[in-house]
Design a protein around this ligand. Structure first.
Ligand code: SF4
Length: 427
């Protein structure tokens, strides 16, 4: 059971953050300095809203820097990344404490995967299944590794059983998550890989779609590429971290590929799946990134057939090699480069979506509405978010006619603006 389910089962009412509440659970991230800052902001906001509330902090920032969080007066319970999956064991009673209880375990020495199963994601059309944790790489800027430990994978039988339960609970799409999804199975000492797992998921008949969260460039084996292209259940949507488009910067980052490898990979994927959406993470302002490095990266990304960018400004992470590299880039330059690259990302995204104008696509209609327009929200296999009017529909696989929500429906893309895509029900 998830944290939300834990509280619901005990009769608590879940309210949106930052509404007044008796208990706040802040799930933190530590990927950049800004993530840490935002996490602290959220904790302080909760405490300002209700100083008498019981405040629990968990996630990667809590795992890596519990003492830093403990210095925020009013925090009651700090749970590490493993502990959060056993919330009911550690959350005894919401009684304010004079100093926080810190419960984190040493993940660096952990070699086995912690099984944790959620049987349903109430209110969500898509379900998330964690199949892998940890990372054996050593990117010079990254603190996530310390927060997650070494590479470890879930037993495939457990994954299949979890997904079957989620499908039985009504979820039609499952997102496979992990820190290093493409290394799935390497530690299990047997013949299983991400490609092999996807093959086995073909047999779960009512599972319509499987989405992969993020796969590192070097993890695309020929078998995996073939399986993604051939398996009708696998969404044509991949997130492939790039980090920089300049070879020198990639070397300093200790990434294990160069731009030409990345280019060949994404062009091969696109040639096999022309409708494929590809997202990429990019860091700007890495130490030593001079104007020419940035221009090289910009031009490289401009030429890539990718669909969207997640742009991060580099920030020093304590204990990482890059934190002590010379030639740290001034904040103002990082900001300018970030803006420029985000703009490029928006242009690429718009161009990708325009390629579908007038076409009929299959949309998974979600359980939520767009706040501005009140229209139904839906998502395509290749990650185009579409807004739709209310209507009943039947999906292409012959599922019975019913409410559109949580069904796959044929939709014609009728209009595209800078930030919205509109559709009409297709026959
Ligand atoms: S691949 Fe690199 S960036 Fe990703 S978690 Fe591992 S060390 Fe961090």
């Amino acid at each position: 059971m998830g944290i939300r389910g834990f509280f619901e089962e005990r009769g608590y009412q879940i309210v949106p953050f930052p509404s007044p509440a008796d208990i706040y659970v802040v799930n933190t991230c530590t990927v950049t300095g800004k993530s840490d800052y935002r996490s602290r902001q959220a904790i302080r906001k909760a405490l300002r809203t209700n100083p008498a509330s019981f405040v629990v902090v968990t996630g990667c920032y809590a795992q890596l820097n519990p003492q830093e969080i403990a210095r925020i007066k009013g925090v009651d319970l700090i749970l590490g990344n493993d502990e959060k999956f056993f919330f009911s064991k550690y959350f005894i009673e919401p009684k304010k404490l004079s100093s926080p209880a810190i419960l984190t375990s040493d993940l660096a020495s952990k070699t086995s995967f912690t099984t944790y199963s959620l049987k349903a994601f109430p209110g969500y059309t898509r379900a998330f299944v964690k199949i892998q944790d940890g990372c054996n790489a050593s990117c010079s800027y990254c603190a996530v590794r310390g927060a997650r430990g070494i590479n470890r994978s879930e037993n495939p039988e457990i994954i299949i059983s979890q997904i079957s339960q989620l499908v039985a609970a009504g979820h039609k799409e499952v997102v496979l998550t992990g820190i290093h999804l493409g290394t799935y199975g390497l530690d299990l000492g047997r013949e299983i890989s991400l490609a092999g797992l996807l093959k086995r998921l073909r047999d779960i008949s009512d599972l319509r779609k499987v989405r992969l969260s993020s796969v590192e460039p070097r993890e695309f084996t020929p078998e995996l590429i073939e399986e993604i292209a051939d398996n009708p259940k696998v969404c044509h949507h991949l997130h492939i971290p790039l980090q920089s488009g300049d070879p020198d910067i990639l070397r300093r980052m200790n990434r294990d590929y160069d731009p030409s490898y990345y280019y060949d990979l994404v062009t091969r994927l696109k040639s096999l799946m022309p409708d494929l959406a590809i997202g990429a993470d990019v860091i700007v302002g890495f130490p030593g990134e001079e104007e020419q490095h940035f221009r090289n990266a910009y031009q490289f990304i401009q030429e890539l057939p990718i669909t969207y960018l997640h742009v991060f400004s580099y920030s020093k992470r304590k204990g990482t090699p890059a934190a002590s590299f010379p030639q740290q880039v001034p904040a103002e330059i990082k900001r300018e480069r970030s803006l420029e690259l985000r703009q490029l990302g928006r242009q690429k995204n718009l161009a990708f979506k325009k390629g579908f104008l007038g076409k009929t696509v299959e949309v998974l209609v979600e359980n939520t509405r767009d706040k501005e327009t009140g229209l139904l929200k839906g998502i395509t296999d290749n990650y185009i978010k579409v807004l739709l009017p209310d209507k009943q529909c039947s999906d292409r696989a012959g599922y019975p006619l019913g409410a559109a929500m949580n069904n796959y429906c044929p939709v014609q893309i009728t209009a595209i603006t800078a930030d919205k895509v509109y559709g009409e029900w297709a026959p």
